[in-house]
Ligand binder design. Sequence first.
Ligand SMILES: NC(=O)c1ccc[n+]([C@@H]2O[C@H](COP(=O)([O-])OP(=O)(O)OC[C@H]3O[C@@H](n4cnc5c(N)ncnc54)[C@H](O)[C@@H]3O)[C@@H](O)[C@H]2O)c1
Length: 311
Amino acid sequence: MIGISIIGLGAIGERLLPIFKDHNEIEIISVYDIDQEKTIEICDKYNVKPVASISEMLNDDAVQAVYLAVPPKFHKDLALDIMNSGKHILCEKPLANTIEEAEIMMEFAKGKPLINGMNFPLYYGPAYKKFKEMLNEKKIGKIKRIELNGIFPDWPRKWQINPWIDSKDQGGFVREIFTHFIQLIHDYFGLIEINDSNAVYPEDPKKSEIDILARGQINNIPLVFNGMTGIGHKEDLKLSIWGSEGVIEFVNWRNLFLINRDQKIQIELDPYNATYHLIDSFRKAVEGEPVQLVDFEAGYHAVRIVEELLG
Ligand SMILES: NC(=O)c1ccc[n+]([C@@H]2O[C@H](COP(=O)([O-])OP(=O)(O)OC[C@H]3O[C@@H](n4cnc5c(N)ncnc54)[C@H](O)[C@@H]3O)[C@@H](O)[C@H]2O)c1
């Protein structure tokens, strides 16, 4: 049994809270959000215990690990406080909202005998497992190009309005969405090099990108990033791996297709929940079991590419 506390009870904090709570080997010790009304509401809804301050949370010996789910700008200082107090950490993506902050976090974590994990759920999901299997089995021959396309009719999306998600310093679809796929590309293919990137911003200097078109490479495989918002098309997110014998498409987070000259097959996926798998992997890591975790180093490399794309 491990004791976990949560900082940040917004959209994602509330999404993960019940998964922690329902896990037989995890106990939620306490929760904290700077918004006191929200804290009370969440504590009533899920029957968890609030603390009056983060230092109260971090001084509690029953807390072995902290899940940090606040906006990106606040990750660095809080993550350092968490690790300084000797607690393991599961941090939200993007690791930070500048390369410098991400590097500080990565270096700080490296020197500590603590688990530093990140919430990149795709990595733990059934689609990525099959994606890797198909590539390992050379189902599409020689890889000719990797392409990430993200079309968002609106940014912010109507169901995810908050004070920071369309701000130039913390938000935008490249940080919020592309980050997930950059981490997967790094994991499977190796580190990306950006050759050129053109990010377009709206007139309001405080708002996030509306268009991105960039080229890069990994070990001589060309890579294209193409993202737009304000388009008359439903949301469409696709990572395509183009090969001499076929194409793999990873579509809208959970659908996987294998295409060749004659057909397009949707790949059947195991029904397990990626976020449960992530949380369970984190728990196992805290208990000293050998598991694969996306760590701060992977988070740093994702931030590096995201910030290079944004210019
Ligand atoms: N991994 C994923 O799939 C995924 C999905 C959505 C969001 N996220 C990431 O999760 C993080 C939070 O996103 P969100 O959508 O929940 O945002 P949100 O704005 O809905 O919630 C953030 C919460 O943090 C609280 N907060 C802000 N500053 C704080 C502080 N200093 N101390 C304590 N609480 C503080 C706010 O009051 C709010 O309740 C971001 O980094 C975001 O990119 C990840």
